[in-house]
Design a protein around this ligand. Structure first.
Ligand code: SAH
Length: 453
């Protein structure tokens, strides 16, 4: 049978894609991707789009629900592009994430029999995020905040996102009331008119400090003092209010220019017993508690004795290396974003760490330079963005012949690809531990331990 659009087929969901969509096969063996399903679901599916070797469909009717199904607890689940697993119980979500990692290392990495520990569980799968960037839009009732729909810039209004602290909702409400009372509008991507683009909030859990940042098309908002007073009155723990100017026609959230309207230009949080300054433009792990667990596993894999040179590639504000600096002779961090490097240097001073230096450069180029200088690190930590490492970086790191490599990854597929290259170049993958940093979303973090053969 040749499938066509709007055909109704029966199928059973047998696995999930990396993006969190269910996968099933028709009687004829055609693979169909069906979002918002669970392994074990028996379904009637309406075909939406037919490709050569696979199709996309949506649920027409659930014949028998999977035992892992639960009632989603969020009104905008399935509309908003954030969560994909609110209809599945948390243990099943962890199993899916484990399977994603093990499939990737087998299929892409070509490994078999690797030790993959259970996914480190998030004790608080809701309200774990310490950062939100809420797009603003104009409605009949004035400015609303929400989240983007999947693969789109349509804003889905959301009054209570279960991934973020409740204080963020109330802050958004205060800002919404203020814009309505003062007749101010949200930025409109189509016309380029209107002021408020995003409301950006960060929370430092350990110090209870809040940062509120307004991304504006211009320099500020009318009567902004009134707004700041209203926010401070209800949240005396707001330590920083910033206006970020973004006048470009772009989907990049933040512009380059910040103006501090109240308090400091940063907040401070504590991670693994060390203090870290967080400024608006620099990277900070969104799930502090799980990041601590992640860093502890990374430290365990690095197993430092005190006399090593530690190289922390893609170091951001220096967090991984600085939390290990007490246990090595010297630390070198490498990071591309200049603001993050400044924060890293500042963070070293803040924690009285004197054996660290940071380099602002591309990781591959910096590693090449360090190798030319004759620096040979004993342990290398690598924590790249989703696209993983360039093969040239892997070659350079291998050329430095560190005893151990700790690879921290937010993408199991590129991790698997890179581990394969390391394995071909004399580094054995000893074990992997996935950590659930991003509960309810498809993302999973993994730490890998590599040892020179
Ligand atoms: N290890 C840090 C940051 C990880 S996020 C932490 O745990 O907090 C990845 C970092 O890599 C980001 O800070 C990003 O700015 C940086 N980055 C991206 N591409 C890079 C490159 N080519 N060279 C060096 N750093 C890069």
């Amino acid at each position: 049978m040749n499938l066509k659009k709007n055909d109704i087929v029966n199928l059973k969901i047998t696995s999930m894609t990396a993006q969190g969509s269910g996968v099933g096969k028709t009687e004829d063996g055609m693979v169909v991707f069906v979002p918002l399903t669970a392994v074990g679901d028996e379904l009637e599916v309406r075909i939406l789009k037919v490709k050569k070797t696979y199709s996309y469909g949506k649920i027409e009717r659930i014949i028998t629900p999977s035992p892992s199904r639960i009632e989603p607890d969020c009104g905008v689940f399935s509309k908003c592009g954030g969560c994909v697993y609110r209809h599945i119980d948390y243990n099943s979500e962890l199993e899916i994430k484990h399977r994603r990692v093990s499939d990737a290392v087998q299929r892409i990495g070509g490994f078999s029999g690797l030790k993959i520990n259970p996914v480190v569980k998030n004790d608080r799968p809701n309200r774990y995020r310490n950062k939100a960037q809420l797009p603003a839009r104009n409605t009949e009732n004035g400015v609303e905040f929400g989240f983007y729909a999947n693969h789109s810039h349509r804003v889905i209004p959301c009054e209570d996102c279960l991934l973020q602290p409740e204080s963020f909702n109330r802050i958004a409400e205060i800002v919404r009331e203020f814009t309505r009372a003062t007749n101010q509008t949200a930025y409109d991507e189509m016309t380029g008119r209107g002021k408020l683009r995003h409301l950006y909030i960060r929370y430092a859990e350990m110090t209870d400090e809040l940062m509120v940042c307004f991304v504006v098309n211009g320099n500020g908002l009318k009567s902004e003092d009134v707004l700041i007073d209203a926010l401070k009155k209800e949240f005396p723990n707001i330590k920083s209010v910033i206006f970020n100017s973004n006048t470009e026609n772009t989907n990049v959230v933040l512009g380059r220019k910040n103006r501090t309207a109240f308090g400091r230009d940063y907040i401070t949080d504590v991670l693994c017993g060390k203090s870290f300054k967080i400024s608006p433009l620099s990277f900070y792990q969104v799930n502090r508690r799980q990041a601590e667990k992640l860093y502890k596993i990374a430290a365990d894999y690095a197993d430092l004795r005190g006399d090593e040179v530690l190289l922390d590639l893609y170091c951001g504000t220096g967090t991984i290396g600085l939390t290990m600096a007490d246990r090595c002779k010297s630390l070198i961090g490498v990071e591309l974003v200049a603001d993050a490097v400044r924060d890293a240097e500042e963070n070293a001073r803040l924690n009285n760490i004197c054996n660290a230096r940071f380099i602002c450069a591309d990781a591959s180029k910096a590693a090449e330079e360090l190798k030319k200088e004759g620096i040979s690190p004993d342990v290398v930590v690598i924590d790249p963005p989703r696209k993983g490492c360039d093969s040239s970086l892997i070659e350079t790191v291998v050329g430095m012949s560190p005893e151990k490599i700790v690879y921290v990854s937010c993408d199991p597929e590129t991790l698997a690809r890179d581990l394969r290259l390391f394995d071909k170049n004399n580094y054995s993958v000893k074990e992997l531990t996935p950590v659930d940093l991003f509960s309810r979303t498809p993302h999973v973090e993994t730490v890998a331990k590599l040892i020179r053969r």
